[in-house]
Design a protein around this ligand. Sequence first.
Ligand code: MRU
Length: 338
Amino acid sequence: MNNESVNAVYWLAGERAVRLLDQRALPAEERYTLCHEVETVAGAIENMTVRGAPAIGIAAAYGVALAAARGGRSAVPPAAERLARTRPTAVNLFTSLERMKRRFETEPLFEGEALFEVLLAEAAAIHEEDVAGNRRMGAFGARLLPEEAVVMTHCNAGAIATGGHGTALGVLRSAREMGKKIVRVYADETRPLLQGARLTSWELNRDGFDVTVISEGMAGALMKQTHIDAIIVGADRIARNGDTANKIGTYGLSVLAKVHNVPLYVAAPWSTFDLNAASGEDIPIEERAEEEMRLLPDGSRLPESIQVWNPAFDVTPAANIAAIITERGVFHPPYDFK
Ligand code: MRU
């Protein structure tokens, strides 16, 4: 059993490069990608080498520092613009880029090495604050669980979706550290990219949790016949009224949770809140390439004459969320974030 959770994003000081755990290769292979250029970081966010809202934000922050190291002051604004065009829903990306931009603008006379150093320090601070926040959030969330808990989760909101420890999975880690027993975790497979089957099960199994993979189509039947104490999921963007965008399928899960009287908790850092969004209607939802849906498990493809729809996220209405767990505490409905 590992006590230290695995990381998704590293800064390699000697190489001046961002090292990313290639999440596309898991669980078959634990391999890493080195990014020496901002374009490689942007591509890695787009192709989901690195994914999960906080991890995307952290990788992008290092990407901005990388741009300063390679191209100096003039390279920073275009780098931030390029990174902002990678994925639209996870607001952590934009929160992070805004913060890097503010740091850049507060040092108008810094050039070369001095500029790189301040931007790298800012990126490292974003990274460290995320891990510390996840630990605080984990401790708050753990108190919501009974002494022996059976939990369900969706997608991957773990250490590898963040700077470390995880949000939803961080709550489980913290609960265990607190002496509670996580009897079993049901991980939704999470069509079409299988973050639950490939990543959550790998991450939890590696850390010695009892994990069972189900497809999201099985979640209702499972809730009907098995007692589930809580569903804990992450978030990509939370609006002022508590409406929450998360991986496609979360909304359906929340409806099932209501019917079966299972509390659905969202665990997310403050960097996931978009206080400019009044409700879920204001959250942009990423639609990804059709190919992800066309590809069938046996390697064959759905013919082009058949249409597919591939939104990467959906919005769970605040009314379906029992509580939102953050590093600032646990919020209960009615939500009115300021
Ligand atoms: O498309 P992904 O894999 O980046 O989607 C990830 C999720 O939906 C996570 O639940 C969310 O980003 C929270 S990660 C702590």
